[in-house]
Design a protein around this ligand. Sequence first.
Ligand SMILES: NC(=O)C1=CN([C@@H]2O[C@H](COP(=O)(O)OP(=O)(O)OC[C@H]3O[C@@H](n4cnc5c(N)ncnc54)[C@H](O)[C@@H]3O)[C@@H](O)[C@H]2O)C=CC1
Ligand SMILES: CC(=O)C(=O)O
Ligand SMILES: [Mg+2]
Length: 625
Amino acid sequence: MAIFPTQMRLSSTLLRRLQQRVGAAAVNSSRNFTTTEGHRPTMVHKRSLDILHDPWFNKGTAFSFTERDRLHIRGLLPPNVMSFEQQIARFMADLKRLEVQARDGPSDPYVLAKWRILNRLHDRNETLYYKVLMENIEEYAPIVYTPTVGLVCQKYSGLFRRPRGMYFSAADRGEMMSMVYNWPADQVDMIVVTDGSRILGLGDLGVQGIGIAIGKLDLYVAAAGINPQRVLPVMIDVGTDNENLLKDPLYLGLQERRLDGEEYVEVIDEFMEAVFTRWPHVIVQFEDFQSKWAFKLLQRYRNNYRMFNDDVQGTAGVAIAGLLGAVRAQGRPMIDFPKMKIVVAGAGSAGIGVLNAARKTMARMLGNTEIAFESARSQFWVVDAKGLITESRENVDPDARPFARKIKEIERQGLREGATLAEVVHQVKPDVLLGLSAVGGLFSKEVLEALKYSTSTRPAIFPMSNPTRNAECTPEEAFSILGDNIIFASGSPFKDVDLGNGHVGHCNQANNMFLFPGIGLGTLLSGSRIVSDGMLQAAAECLAGYMTEEEVLKGIIYPSISRIRDITKEVAAAVVKEAIEEDLAEGYREMDSRELRKLDEAQISEFVENNMWSPDYPTLIYKKD
Ligand SMILES: NC(=O)C1=CN([C@@H]2O[C@H](COP(=O)(O)OP(=O)(O)OC[C@H]3O[C@@H](n4cnc5c(N)ncnc54)[C@H](O)[C@@H]3O)[C@@H](O)[C@H]2O)C=CC1
Ligand SMILES: CC(=O)C(=O)O
Ligand SMILES: [Mg+2]
């Protein structure tokens, strides 16, 4: 067989076994819409130390003797060949050392040490890293993702060791088209890009924001099974307006003020053109851009490029799913959603994204007429840093303007322009209080006390800001003031609360991580040229319908993160299905658009599942360049 070069010294038994595997893989691939990448041997063009230093191919102590011979690494490793399971056990023993005296959650003093240990593994063996992450996702998602990733970004100058991803700076203008060819992978499926201007609720962290792109892509691999060789974290460094970073002698980024206006847009345009020229099928997720640019860039690119903004669109879908869950948790049908009174604190990219999507969902439920759209508007009260937004607000942000309350209307409700959050909650008596303000503790005792007068039989409190210290309230605060008949969902994870009477206050995590991996995977596998509103809506509806009636009635409106791979598969399948229905699907690899259209629902799910990467060691075969 041509793929086994004659100069290789393979035993005949091994050769036979490999040939059988390749044969089986080929049969499987035509029958099951799959590439069965895990079973085919992988051709590598490196040997010796180059293999051990390559995290994509490295297996460390798990290289078998025959592989060690083939790849010229015999003698470069300790002689004991370890199984994958033994490697995991050894690594976990190291990581668990830190847990002897560690406390839970954000107060855990060892979170950064844990991140370092995991990061070092990521640098030397990608397969083992993702195996550990996936098998312990509940424990380590809060380390590689929110909340710890926020701390990592804040301290990135000190933590930086090996570079990961690509950096494009304002100084690279005119060079990006050639720079993209410096990335070693010929195929990139998923890019997460940030300009570091609003990292979680921590503000402008400049170049240090690369950490959030890395953390999001970790979830793409762990939850969506995107092949880690085909992901690319990107930081576009256009300067920073963070005074501390501008003065910090250890800061790794450009120490100049952020570019703005046309100059800024030109940099982002150049980046988009460069990446889509080299990788025409890539999907670009915009992450943590300050609101000022988030909407403008989304409008600029969404009809021409395969891109979406996670903070605007992913968050909106997750919030809609949670809001529909909150309706069901009151024992009411989802169709009652348009009757909900919703107070939103925060009118940035995330808050406005949620408001627009919630209004559209209500309007759809009411018949999708202009009147329905107008009437849905009156279900929302939006409070920002200056208080309640009304039509008398000067210089109101154009994206928030559609939600500015009419003066007459709010006067009847005993409110006024700029009313405080507590006043609004007191007067409106909302069903839902949702926070995307980035202000920790905003849902103060006074605000939560006011929510006691909610007209809902089971009010919902969504402190969605990240990381943990920016959460508008903790579950302890919410449950202790309002009792156990509430729905609680926060952006960063909290532990369930023991209410002391044999009852447990359930803490849901309302985070866009339940949608963005499935949106990306579904877009990739459908081959859709854009991410349409319908595809985003399908993703949100899939999440909304995922929890059973029994779970929802217990106050569990989002899945546990331990189910993230399953929900992601379902979301991706829903996105593929919608792309086919909208005639956007152009297909993926051997599954062209005609073949895609022939699949029924079960086959779409199977197609998705079979194309999700899992961390297994393939057999490596050396092939000369
Ligand atoms: N749970 C999730 O999945 C997600 C959570 N977020 C979180 O949402 C937060 C906000 O993100 P962006 O909208 O992009 O930020 P942003 O900075 O653009 O918006 C913040 C908004 O909060 C308002 N605000 C500030 N102080 C306030 C106060 N005292 N009372 C009421 N409103 C106040 C501001 O006026 C502004 O409208 C961040 O903490 C972020 O981590 C964002 C995306 C997803
Ligand atoms: C979760 C997320 O995307 C954020 O907090 O910005
Ligand atoms: Mg974000």
